[in-house]
Write a protein that binds this ligand. Structure first.
Ligand SMILES: [Zn+2]
Length: 69
C-alpha cells in the first residue's frame, strides 16, 4: 500500500498513513493520534496524482479533491 502524508486539522500533526486507493477514495483516512477524520491531504503531489487526486493551493497547505479533475 502506498504511504500518504496528511496534515491533521484537529491535532495539528503531520501523519503518515498506509492506505489502499479504495480507502483513500472512500475518505477512510483517520488520524492515528486523535482518531479524527479532519485530515488535509495527501500532501505529496506525486502520490496524490497517482491516486487520481487533483491538488491546488500553496505548498504545505494544499487543497485536494479526490477523484475529480
Ligand atoms: Zn489528529
Amino acid at each position: 500500500m502506498p504511504l500518504y502524508n496528511f496534515f491533521c486539522n484537529k491535532c495539528g500533526q503531520e501523519v503518515d498513513l498506509f492506505l489502499s486507493l479504495g480507502e483513500l477514495h472512500r475518505g477512510a483516512a483517520q488520524c492515528p493520534i486523535c482518531k479524527g477524520k479532519d485530515l488535509n491531504g495527501p500532501l505529496q503531489a506525486g502520490a496524490a496524482e497517482s491516486a487520481g487526486v487533483s491538488c491546488s493551493g500553496s505548498k504545505g497547505r494544499p487543497s485536494c479533491v479526490i477523484g475529480q479533475k
